[in-house]
Design a protein around this ligand. Structure first.
Ligand code: ZN
Length: 76
């Protein structure tokens, strides 16, 4: 019966695993919307996700936007 206990312990993981279904232990950092998206007030679904290597996270903006709203990084 010890083996059954171990199995149960292995299946129950951190609650984050429900939020990140792709097997990543680290939830993606969300850096927010770019200035354009804020000004226009468009929903996030119409914005494009951009990866910022400096912040290690994703921010959302329109095609012409290239600067991370969190740190100003323009190089992805
Ligand atoms: Zn950044």
């Amino acid at each position: 019966m010890m083996a059954d206990d171990e199995k149960t312990a292995a299946v129950i993981r951190f609650p984050q695993s429900r939020v990140a279904p792709h097997g990543s232990d680290k939830p993606t950092k969300h850096l927010g919307l770019g200035r354009m998206a804020e000004v226009i007030g468009a929903p996030e679904s119409q914005a494009t996700g951009h990866w910022c290597s400096r912040c290690q996270g994703i921010w959302y903006g329109y095609l012409l936007e290239v600067a991370c709203p969190a740190c100003g990084n323009r190089h992805g």
